[in-house]
Design a protein around this ligand. Structure first.
Ligand code: ATP
Ligand code: MG
Length: 571
């Protein structure tokens, strides 16, 4: 097996320099700045990788569609030229509402070339969440298909006066002055486009957060975020020449753009994109058939795979698989070791957020894994645990303190604003630090351990309890598939720990089972922290990016308003 790109974490962390990363990228010709699309596509298309497959789409009907770096250059240039033809200006916002089809990826990279700001939306959104995002994001152009246009967009148009054009991917004719045929425009556009001067600080991407804790926020990112995409691709995803990479996330969630589009292309590898939703056997067969080397997915998918009897390694040839990584929610320790059994490699957890634009804390192939830990900060990132309650931030210098996970400002991919929410943006910073909103601790070896979102922390009988700790314990019980834990107000103790539990097939949601689980948790965690109440539930409510919506469980439990449900996964 090839040597990892990162062999000595401590050494690299000490020597790391963002200038050096910048020097490994090409930059626009003639010193005209730094543009994501140039780094991801054009520079490879004019070099050795011209005929290499950049994106391989698994379409719904089993067929495979390939785009080489050369093809991508031509297609994205066409898209940039057609934006020019539509008289768009730099900085204007282009949105997409599409499944994981080639047009989405071409529109994303073409917009970046033109220097429009691109914002991909989940295609499963209904009209209202689409409206909220298009209007909040001042969308000028929306790329979509005829069916979504008819069903979801047409009825919104009179409320979206600044939406100038809708580009339809599957219509051979324009429908009217606004709804135009993208196919026709692409045919007519030139395949040559010179990327204009791009300041590394020019805006590039707009991403809405998952809405786990409330109304989704629009986080703005700039072109130099590509430095993080490149560096994390190299050191965390460990991209090596000739690699086949698969990120299962949809570009509607930041992971699907930073790692489903940009990072693998910037690193010159081949990226697999599956148009279909989760399907365990289809996924295993893609891993086998495409000889995937590096696979990036989420805890929700891993938990679903763990529920099945199959040991994939025994049924499929997964000998090419070198790395399996996970992001989005805490990864319970059992999942890490399951990976070892199921794939022959442990599942490597990493932590980041829409706001950070790229991976910040990670487990690395060459570093010992402590199951349940998020790993250590990316070289170039200074992460710490702090008390942020006072006027001045206090950084803990001793291990084992629980507190806010904070990141030192100044790394390239940190968001530059929440759209139309200046105050909220300002509140995220204290002194030189960005406050993530998550709580964590660092152990004596420098490993970071997630405790919970500040909003989800339970205060019970003078203890601070993170839901993750309780959920992980419950999941060690053989009857439990998934669990979500909330704090329920209880005057005598502050809050009471309440768990919602999904049972494995064949186990009955009886009182005995409830007592058994409470007893099991008490024995493991102690009575102060173990849940006092357990409800059995068929499935947990989740966001479309697969995160457990504890705030919804809590609202339902307390009979409070359910809040924004635009990102709730249906079905
Ligand atoms: P919103 O900000 O709208 O409430 P969100 O925070 O879920 O939604 P994202 O930016 O998609 O939106 O998710 C980032 C958050 O996901 C992190 O702040 C953290 O709470 C959680 N997260 C991501 N990766 C991990 C991980 N490896 N371990 C624990 N939590 C994680
Ligand atoms: Mg968040």
């Amino acid at each position: 097996m090839k040597e990892p790109n990162l062999t000595d974490y401590a050494k690299l962390y000490q020597q790391f320099d963002w200038q050096y990363v910048r020097s490994q990228l090409a930059g626009l010709p003639n010193g005209k700045g730094l543009n994501i699309a140039h780094e991801a596509v054009d520079r490879h298309a004019s070099g050795d990788l011209r005929n290499k497959v950049a994106l391989r789409f698994h379409r719904k009907k089993e067929n495979v569609e390939d785009y080489t770096y050369g093809d991508l250059k031509t297609q994205t240039s066409k898209f940039a030229n057609l934006l020019h033809g539509l008289k768009l200006k730099e900085g204007d916002r282009v949105f997409s509402l599409l499944g994981r089809v080639p047009d989405l990826y071409i529109a994303a990279l073409g917009s970046l070339k033109f220097k429009a700001v691109f914002c991909p939306l989940f295609s499963v959104f209904g009209p209202e969440p689409i409206f909220q995002r298009l209007s909040k994001g001042d969308a000028k152009v929306l790329v979509t298909n005829t069916s979504f246009y008819e069903k979801k967009i047409k009825g919104l148009l009179n409320r979206l006066p600044s939406l100038d054009f809708i580009l339809l991917t599957d219509s051979s004719d324009d429908l009217d002055m606004k709804a135009l045929s993208l196919t026709k425009l692409m045919e007519e556009a030139s395949g040559e486009f010179i990327i204009p001067s791009t300041d590394p600080e020019d805006p590039a991407l707009l991403h809405f957060t998952s809405g786990t804790t409330g109304m989704p926020k629009g986080a703005l990112h700039v072109h130099q975020a590509v430095l993080t995409h490149f560096a994390t691709g190299k050191y965390v995803l460990d991209f090596q020449k000739g690699d086949i990479f698969w990120c299962t996330a949809d570009p509607g969630w930041v992971t699907g753009t930073s790692y489903g589009i940009i990072s693998p292309l910037v690193n010159g590898v081949t990226s697999i994109i599956d148009e279909e939703e989760f399907d365990a056997l289809r996924w295993y067969s893609i891993l086998e058939k495409q000889k995937v080397n590096v696979w990036y997915t989420a805890p929700t998918a891993i938990r679903r795979l763990m529920r099945m009897e199959i040991v994939p390694k025994e049924k499929y040839d997964l000998s090419n698989l070198r790395l399996v990584l996970s992001v989005g929610e805490p990864l319970h320790p059992g999942a890490v070791s399951w990976g070892q059994k199921a794939f022959g490699v442990p599942v490597l957890d990493n932590w980041w957020q829409t706001e950070t634009g790229g991976i910040m804390i990670a487990n690395y192939r060459s570093m010992e894994v402590k199951p349940g830990s998020m790993g250590k900060p990316l070289p170039g990132i200074i992460a710490a645990i702090a008390d942020v309650e006072e006027a001045e931030i206090k950084i803990y210098d001793q291990p084992e303190n629980q507190g806010h996970l904070v990141l030192k400002k100044g790394f390239p991919s940190l968001f530059r604003g929440y759209l139309h929410e200046e105050e909220r943006y300002k509140k995220c910073f204290k002194g030189n630090w960005y406050i993530s909103g998550d709580l964590a601790k660092i152990d004596k070896d420098g490993y970071f351990w997630f405790i919970g979102r500040a909003d989800d922390i339970i205060k019970t009988s003078g203890h601070m309890v993170g839901p993750f700790e309780v959920e992980s314990t419950l999941m060690k019980h053989p009857a439990v598939v998934e669990a979500a834990v909330i704090g329920k107000p209880e005057p005598s103790i502050g809050e009471l720990v309440k768990a919602f539990v999904v049972l494995k097939e064949g186990f009955e949601p009886t009182d005995d089972m409830r007592q058994e689980l409470i007893g099991f948790a008490r024995k493991t965690m102690g009575p102060a922290v173990a849940p006092k109440e357990i409800s059995f539930i068929e499935s947990l409510p989740k966001t479309k990016s697969g995160k457990i919506l504890r705030r919804l469980l809590k609202a339902r439990e307390l009979g409070l308003p359910e809040g924004d449900l635009s990102t709730l996964e249906k079905g």
